[in-house]
Design a protein around this ligand. Structure first.
Ligand SMILES: C[S@@+](CC[C@H](N)C(=O)[O-])C[C@H]1O[C@@H](n2cnc3c(N)ncnc32)[C@H](O)[C@@H]1O
Length: 302
């Protein structure tokens, strides 16, 4: 595999927080190209790995990479939010990793439509069984809903103006390509490239990707359910890449750590989120917005 297809983010920090030296099962709910998963299997010859990803193409690449460990690996093409329905021996689970968002492999594959800098269809589905695409959203969502999407998921200042522009353009032509949308964003936002400034299309593409893949829906509920299923001592590590996701993780873990919560309580292992070192950001600029939070399930009744 070409190592540049995706460089695992916060690798050492996340594996240390998961405490991967223990015997048992580790679940990687966002397997991607198996960067984290491969290290778990290499470093602990008694670890078993359950790998899950919404993206079939990534699963196939990960499967090839993990072939040397195949007798210790189970892979599922699924949403990690379905973990409770999978045939997993939950009491044997020692760690759950979520490295949210998308991989560089997905971002750089033009025909997926995730990136605004290359020509491609406005698709953005991680799971090709999904019926909703970014193009359908731009075609069908009412203008106020588009504005809300760009404002809430993209934190775009010109959200209403962009929604108005899209509503006007789509009366005469379909908006179906990444570069068409990027052009509209540049026009509405009067974009002039400046060092260190994020291209506004990155915000718009983020908003559409979150909506297409329903990335925020059910994340907090999933964390609560997963902690309820596993045994004491099991660790959870979550890497997020934007503030909306990080906020859900932070608040859910805080809620589960409060004594009044009941049976499924945790201790938080990261008082402050772990962020990449300057060195990591220099090696892998895409790691710059990563935040890692981790927790451990407490023994019953403690
Ligand atoms: C940042 S990448 C993971 C990279 C991986 N840790 C590695 O080092 O190769 C995120 C992956 O999670 C997948 N993904 C995102 N949301 C998901 C979900 N709800 N369920 C399953 N997979 C998901 C994406 O398809 C993508 O492959």
């Amino acid at each position: 595999m070409n190592p540049r297809e995706h460089i695992p983010v916060l690798l050492e920090e996340s594996l240390a927080l998961l405490d991967i030296g223990r015997d048992g099962i580790y679940i990687d709910g966002t397997l991607g190209l198996a960067g984290h998963a491969e290290e778990i299997l290499k470093r602990n010859p008694r670890a078993r790995l359950v790998g899950i990803d919404l993206d079939d193409r990534s699963i196939r690449k990960a499967q090839a990479r993990l072939q040397p460990f195949e007798d210790r690996v189970d892979l599922y093409h699924a949403d990690f939010k379905c973990i409770p329905e999978l045939d997993i021996d939950f009491p044997a689970v020692r760690g759950i990793l979520l490295d949210l968002g998308m991989s560089s492999y997905q971002l750089d594959t033009a025909d997926r439509g995730f990136g605004h800098s290359q020509e491609g269809p406005l698709d953005m589905r991680m799971d090709d069984r999904n019926k909703l695409t970014a193009a359908k959203i731009l075609d069908k969502y009412p203008e106020p809903k588009l504005a809300q999407l760009f404002r809430e998921y993209g934190e775009l200042k010109q959200a209403a103006k962009l929604a108005r522009k899209i509503a006007s353009v789509r009366r005469t032509q379909k908006i179906e390509s990444t570069t068409h949308l990027r052009g509209l964003v540049e026009e509405v936002c009067h974009w002039i490239p400046q060092r260190g400034k994020i291209h506004p299309a990155a915000k718009v593409f983020q908003a559409l990707r979150i909506e297409v893949n329903q990335e925020l829906q059910g994340l907090g509920e999933f964390l609560i359910e997963a902690i309820g299923l596993v045994g004491p001592g099991t660790r959870l590590a979550v890497i997020s890449f934007h503030s909306l996701e990080d906020r859900i993780v932070k608040h859910t873990l805080a809620r589960l750590s409060r004594p009044e919560y009941g049976d499924s309580v945790i201790d938080i292992l990261t008082k402050h989120p772990v962020v990449p070192s300057e060195d990591e950001v220099a090696r892998n600029p895409r790691s710059r917005s990563a935040k890692l939070r981790a927790a451990v399930k407490r023994p019953h009744g403690s």
